[in-house]
Design a protein around this ligand. Structure first.
Ligand code: GDP
Length: 443
């Protein structure tokens, strides 16, 4: 699944080798690669266009962590945008209505409607402890009705027996009565498909939709059909108030175009994905997991995450060591500490976890992002010796530092006082179990 796309996107990293940061011009080749990768994956053109534009806007000028190459950083942005294009958050199945919650299944013949009805029943029984009724309105194919009956038996759902000669509207009305009487939580209605978009079929399913007023109308579509799948989905979405999509046969879809386009083109979220023929082969669809899979979590993304983690950890460990000993805590560490705080969700997140007596001291430091950059600026204007031994900073040095960082001498004084306060805080925290403990708590 997605093999080629994964390979292509991993190649993007190489195109930016040797560059220090991401700019419009050096990204050009890399973005061309991304574009090619998406074209080959059979992603719809308008989706590709918007995707590339968004990646470009987001990536230009983005600060690249020292342990990551710009190529890796760009792949990070691609990852974020892949998630966004597939809908961002996972879209849960909605059952919040008076029982039975009706789920209407729509789609072309062979898409996997009947199989997915059975799989969905199983998923609801196993994961949501629901009592499920399966109903077939496919009166044109007696074999399809038999297939659903068989599936119902296999997954432990009830099956609504159809009388010979009943029309779809009659079947569904009778089934609704039946399910109310038998207290089903969910009623899944399988419908007739055609080989292509067909007016009679559309009319029939529209009628069923207005009669049953389902809480979910799911469009079942075969991922292996690529852009055709997306076009069909669009036609259905225009004709029916769809609430979501089930993307089947993802296990056989080597390219991945449908998974990437369908949400964007129809505006409807993918709620489930069929990943195997067997009855357990239906999974809730998670855009973030799918994006990770496409990029090959094992190599590319793993690397990015690792770089992020080790950069953070290394800094934190060094800092911790100094704080623990209480010795050697200097202004460079003070600066790093501010940056760490920012990464951990800011001062307010830390304040909540601090022992009560420290809260006041910390609040006096009034840390926000502006203060952090001013603090960094002042410390940057100091010499190495001054940062290591702040005691030597007397009046003339203060004047020089103030001028060098564009602040007043009072501000330099304030920073030095804060540093002293932090040093004291460190000692208190160390007595009460150590900063390591505190930092773990706020993570
Ligand atoms: P319907 O005409 O839409 O009801 O389609 P069916 O449910 O009869 O499915 C058509 C074929 O696709 C059957 O052979 C199913 O076993 C197969 N199928 C459905 N979903 C999946 C899936 O997620 N993965 C695989 N590999 N096969 C599937």
């Amino acid at each position: 699944m997605f093999d080629n796309l994964t390979q292509r996107l991993s190649g993007v990293i190489k195109t930016l080798r040797g560059e220090a940061r991401l700019t419009e011009s050096n990204m050009q080749e890399a973005l061309r690669e991304v574009r090619m990768a998406l074209l080959e994956a059979d992603v719809a053109l308008p989706v590709i266009k918007e995707f590339i534009e968004r990646v470009k806007q987001k990536a230009i000028g983005r600060e690249v962590m020292s342990s990551l190459s710009p190529g890796q950083a760009l792949v990070g942005v691609v990852h974020e945008e892949l998630i966004a294009i597939m809908g961002g958050e996972r879209a849960e199945i909605n059952l919040s209505t008076a029982p039975p919650a009706i789920i209407l299944m729509a789609g072309l013949q062979g898409a996997g409607k009947t199989t997915s009805s059975g799989k969905l029943a199983k998923w609801l029984i196993d994961n949501k402890k629901k009592k499920v009724l399966l109903v077939s309105c496919d009166i044109y194919r007696p074999a399809a009705i038999e297939q659903l009956k068989l599936l119902a038996g296999q997954v432990g759902a009830d099956f609504f027996p159809v009388q010979a000669g009943q029309r779809p509207a009659e079947i569904s009305a009778a089934a609704l009565d039946y399910s109310r009487k038998h207290h089903h939580d969910v009623m899944i209605v399988d419908t007739a498909g055609r080989l292509g978009i067909d007016e009679v079929m559309m009319k029939e399913i529209s009628e069923l939709e207005s009669l049953l007023k389902p809480i979910e109308t799911l469009f079942v579509v075969d991922a292996m059909q690529g852009q055709d799948a997306v076009n069909t989905a669009k036609a259905f979405a225009d004709a029916l108030p769809l609430t979501g999509v089930i993307l089947t046969k993802l296990d056989g879809d080597a390219r991945g175009g449908a998974a990437l386009s369908v949400r964007h083109v129809t505006g409807k979220p993918i709620k489930f994905a069929g990943v195997a023929e067997k009855l357990t082969g239906l999974e809730p669809f998670y855009p973030d997991r799918m994006a990770s899979r496409i990029l090959g979590m094992g190599d590319v993304l793993g690397l990015i995450e690792e770089a992020q983690r080790s950069a953070d950890q290394k800094e934190a460990e060094q800092l911790m060591k100094k704080m623990k000993s209480g010795k050697g805590f200097d202004l460079d560490d003070f600066k790093m500490q501010f940056q760490q705080m920012k990464k951990m969700g800011g001062m307010s997140a830390m304040l909540e976890k601090l022992p009560h007596q420290l809260t006041q001291a910390a609040q006096n430091m009034k840390v926000d992002d502006k203060v952090i950059s001013r603090t960094e600026g002042i410390i940057n204007a100091m010499t190495q010796q001054e940062r290591a031994k702040p005691e030597i900073i007397k009046a003339s040095r203060k004047r020089r530092i103030a001028a060098g960082s564009g602040v007043s001498v009072q501000e330099v004084n304030r920073l030095l006082a804060q540093f002293e306060q932090a040093r004291k805080m460190m000692k208190m925290v160390n007595k009460g179990g150590g900063l390591a403990k505190m930092m773990r708590a706020v993570k």
